[in-house]
Design a protein around this ligand. Structure first.
Ligand code: BES
Ligand code: ZN
Ligand code: ZN
Length: 491
């Protein structure tokens, strides 16, 4: 989508819809003070006669005689609470109307709503227009917006606005890249195919990449990770991408769970809904998406993006409950439940990353526990960390992009629940506090690196509360949050 700004009132001939955002009871003000619409008294009268001038909701009026052919009043509702979220949500809803009327060249009137930013519009538009069509034989007939012209106040700096808009565009395209990975079925995205996708990403972003196969991982002693792939004929992969910047003063590792299908293994999951476990690599998708965004913005920070990837299946070589394995850092783990596999992948990946790359900070992202859905539903993800500064930075970045995080606790009482009978650790806790005990398990593998864990089990797909994210598809949760946070701490 091409985005450009104007400060005059000349309407380009291709424009096919004028969009006027307005808060509740402020539609008249918005329209009357819109330099463009005010000249079109006929349309204004029509809106008055036929329309809903409350600003509570959307209202579309065809104006075939006008230069812009149609007006969409983007009713934002009451001007209170999270205004950015309301703006994105209204935009998300508008996409349905724009598609119905086949609009593709928009003129967005922002001159008189300075607190509302183009980037929210761009983000919601790009996310709402996302479709997953890779496996459909019939081409999509949806008309998408290819051109956005934004009318802003002459006092505003066009270059600054353009920069913000471009960044929103990059972030959301990268989120959609993550969504493509998330939505791919298990047979189209095995660990090796995921590694190939990462190689392509390394190529386009000109970053370094390392991919370890099972032989190398065995040599390195990654017994926990390998215990997950033991039951599958697809080879596990440990993918590491590296973005460096000459003026970076920090190195951050982002680690994402890449289980391309989770059947549970010998601790087999129930059949109902098991197809959803193709999404069990959404943590990997999130970190790859964020890595792409950071490279495209050439952020002044070093970023190590790590994806341990495996299937979790069952064959004669599959790991059995009770088996004891030795992780990369030498700790022994008794596997009580083969369905708690994410932590087994992450623990080796994290210990290896901490030792090899010595990052200042490490954040892992994973669809780790069903318990997280019980705790927080599909609206927010969990953050668990003992680092208060890191916690507030991540929560703040999340609220900026509306990928919200809610803290759960971690301390020695919970950590004690992961002690093994016959080994140092066991891989599951008791029947309660499942999200917390999963994080406690991981805390044994971070060395002394500052670390935060994000559990996105409830939000990676089926996410609720955002009109611009299709609930039936992967959400891309984590990409924009991590990209925003990395940009924030690099600036
Ligand atoms: N991938 C699942 C977690 C999950 C479940 C994510 C449902 C999203 C929706 C994970 O590997 C898993 O199976 N965890 C177990 C852990 C348990 C055995 C301690 C779980 O949550 O049931
Ligand atoms: Zn599992
Ligand atoms: Zn899993």
């Amino acid at each position: 989508m091409d985005i450009h700004f104007i400060t005059n009132c000349e309407i380009e001939p291709e424009v096919d819809c004028l969009i006027i955002p307005a808060w509740e009871n402020e539609v008249h003000v918005a329209i009357n003070s819109s330099l463009i619409a005010v000249e079109d008294q006929t349309s204004l009268n029509l809106i008055n006669d036929r329309g809903n001038m409350s600003g509570k909701d959307l209202f579309y009026l065809p104006t075939p005689m006008s230069a812009y052919r149609g007006i969409l009043i983007l009713g934002l509702g009451k001007k209170e609470g999270d205004l950015s979220h309301k703006f994105r949500n209204a935009t998300g809803k508008a996409v349905g109307l724009l598609q119905k009327y086949k609009k593709h060249h928009l003129l967005l009137e922002l001159e008189h709503t300075p607190d509302l930013q183009t980037r929210h519009f761009v983000a919601a538009l790009n996310l709402a227009q996302y479709e997953h069509t890779a496996f459909k034989t019939k081409a999509s007939e949806t008309v998408k917006v290819d051109n956005l012209c934004v009318h802003i106040c002459p006092s505003k700096e066009i270059t600054i606005e353009q920069g913000k808009a471009n960044r929103a565009q990059t972030f959301t395209e990268c989120a959609n890249f993550a969504r493509d990975l998330g939505n791919a079925p298990g047979n189209a995205l095995t660990p090796k195919i995921l590694a190939d996708k990462a190689r392509e990403l390394a190529k386009v972003t000109e970053s370094e990449i390392e991919v370890l196969g099972e032989k190398e991982m065995k040599k390195l002693g990654m017994g926990a990770l390998l215990s997950v792939s033991a039951g599958s004929s697809e080879e596990a992969q440990l993918i590491t991408l590296k973005h460096t910047h000459p003026s970076a003063n920090k190195t951050v590792a982002i680690v994402g769970k890449g289980v391309t299908f989770d059947s549970g293994g010998i601790s087999l999951k129930p059949g109902k809904g098991m197809q959803e476990m193709k999404y069990d690599m959404c943590g990997a998708a999130a970190v790859l998406g964020a890595f792409k965004a950071i490279c495209e913005c050439n952020a002044a920070i070093n970023v190590i993006c790590v994806v341990p990837s495996s299937e979790n299946l069952v064959n004669g070589e599959a790991t059995k409950p009770g088996d004891i394995v030795t992780a990369y850092n030498g700790k022994t783990v008794e596997i009580y439940n083969t369905d708690a596999e994410g932590r087994l992948l992450l623990c080796d990946a994290m210990a290896y990353t901490a030792e090899t790359h010595k990052p200042d900070i490490m954040v892992d992202v994973a669809t780790l526990t069903g318990a997280c859905i019980v705790a927080l539903g599909h609206e927010m993800s969990a953050i668990i960390t003992e680092d208060e500064d890191l916690k507030s930075e991540l929560i703040e970045a999340g609220s900026q992009v509306h990928e919200r995080l809610w803290p759960l606790p971690i301390n020695d009482d919970y950590k004690a629940l992961l002690k093994g009978n016959d080994a140092d650790l066991c891989n599951i806790g008791p029947a309660y506090a499942g999200t917390v005990t999963a994080a406690c398990f991981l805390s044994n593998f971070t060395g002394d690196t500052r670390w935060a864990h994000l559990d996105i089990a409830g939000t990676a797909w089926g996410m609720k509360g955002c009109s611009y994210i299709n609930e039936n598809l992967a959400s891309g949760f984590g990409t924009r949050l991590l990209a925003k946070w990395l940009m924030n701490i690099s600036e």
